[in-house]
Design a protein. Structure first.
Length: 430
């Protein structure tokens, strides 16, 4: 137990049946000396490996002093005292200390604490079981790769009642092991702001993801997607449900993607249900003014569609339902800036091996919903509002089969057909 005060430390290793408790006014400070941290897979301030019944609780603060630590790591790399690839003029994430890294632990409780200023990912739980993260506050914009929470191949996880402000993805689920699955995850009553994606999983998707529920989440000032599901490394995403999500000022609402970053290993993405979502797409850069903004990239393009569903030829995103969704898009798409006409849809690149992101295709021909290589998409009670006249069509389907669009309200300046189909069959618009 830590009482009022500031306590400077290097790596701390939790053992079974130990809870680190921080009373109000207690601040656990990460050392500025990179050599005070031990590396076991990853470098971390607080770690646990193969332990049970461990936790971090209280209403105190864990402060990694990450910006200063990361700069000190970079300085040691320049001096040749630490070896590192040093890509993009910064040290790799493995040698920058996270604040929490638990591997193969069970019965883990993280509750009440404020966690801030990591030098890398803020907290990572890797192949853990029965993990509860409740009522925490993450404030980490200190350096690159400041993911708020990373859940890797874990089973039975609840992330609830928490506030996350991160310079990278807010809540990020990953699967590093082709023989493992990230499953039985609940994300509920959280507020997220991110200079990348608010809730994302699959950038590392070697194994799979199933039985994921997202409930009552608020997203704001997020540069990329509010919800991004990406099966790009040969793994699968199956049985995901998001309900009651409110999104204000984001670059993209929903991004579903199948890729093939490993040659010969295509992902699988199916059985996704997204209900009761309200979204306002940003007219400008939604994370403008933050210390580590998302990079301006994939230009020129107009403001991207609010919803993008993109599989691969012969590998379709399937069984997706979108119900009671209201999207407000600024519109204003200008063909003189960038244009993909409806008779040139084959010019949109496939990019199977590219890093997945909503802007990866550059200009797209829709402002509302763009779907390619998909089947059995069921959308009902959708309201799409475009504020300014836009040359693009509201909904564009390309190689989309056996899908239904019911009870839609599409409002935009001008008078043009609200949808367009190409190489698509069996679709019904009512």
């Amino acid at each position: 137990m830590f009482d009022v005060g500031r306590f400077l430390t290097g790596s701390v290793h939790l053992k079974s049946n130990v809870t680190l408790h921080l009373l109000e006014g207690a601040v656990l400070l990460g050392s500025l000396n990179p050599f005070d941290y031990e590396r076991k897979g990853f470098t971390a301030l607080i770690s646990g490996h193969d332990q049970a019944n461990i936790g971090i609780t209280g209403i105190g603060v864990i402060d990694g002093q990450g910006r200063e630590v990361a700069r000190n790591v970079a300085d040691l790399v320049h001096k040749g005292l630490i070896k590192d690839l040093f890509r993009n003029d910064r040290p790799e994430v493995e040698i920058r200390p996270m604040l929490i890294y638990f591997r193969n632990c069970s019965a883990v409780l993280i509750r009440g604490v404020t966690i801030r200023n990591a030098a890398a990912w803020v907290q990572t739980y890797d192949q853990c079981k029965n993990l509860e993260v409740d009522s925490i506050r993450v404030d980490s914009r200190a350096y690159w790769n400041n993911d708020g929470i990373d859940i890797v191949d874990c089973d039975s996880v609840a992330i609830t009642n928490s506030y996350i402000d991160a310079a990278d993805d807010g809540i990020c689920l990953k699967s590093h092991d082709p023989n493992s699955v990230c499953q039985n995850i609940m994300i509920r009553n959280c507020t997220i702001r991110s200079s990348a994606n608010s809730i994302k999983f699959g950038t590392a998707s070697l194994g799979g993801f199933r039985k994921i529920k997202i409930r009552n989440v608020k997203v704001f000032d997020t540069y990329r997607s509010a919800i991004a599901l990406e099966a790009v490394d040969g793994g699968f995403i199956n049985d995901v449900e998001a309900d009651s999500v409110q999104v204000l000022n984001t670059g993209n609402a929903i991004f579903l993607r199948i890729g093939e970053r490993i040659t010969g290993k295509k992902g699988r993405l199916e059985n996704i249900r997204i209900n009761h979502v309200g979204v306002e797409i940003a007219a400008g850069k939604p994370d403008a003014g933050y210390e580590y903004e998302g990079p301006i990239e994939d230009m020129p393009r107009n403001i991207s569609p609010a919803v993008i569903i993109a599989g691969l030829p012969g590998v379709l995103v399937s069984n997706v339902s979108l119900n009671n969704i209201e999207i407000k898009h600024p519109g204003g798409g200008n063909p003189l800036l960038a244009k993909v006409s409806l008779d040139a849809l084959d010019s949109v690149p496939e990019k199977p091996a590219a890093y997945p992101d909503f802007s990866m295709f550059h200009e797209l021909p829709a402002w509302g919903i763009y779907i390619r290589h998909a089947s059995n998409i069921k959308a009902s009670h959708l309201t799409l509002v475009c504020s300014k006249k836009d040359y693009r069509t509201a909904i564009v389907l390309d190689d989309t089969q056996q899908s239904q669009f019911n009870s839609m309200a599409i409002k935009e300046p001008g008078n043009k057909k609200p949808y367009y189909q190409y190489h698509s069959t069996g679709n019904i618009f009512k």
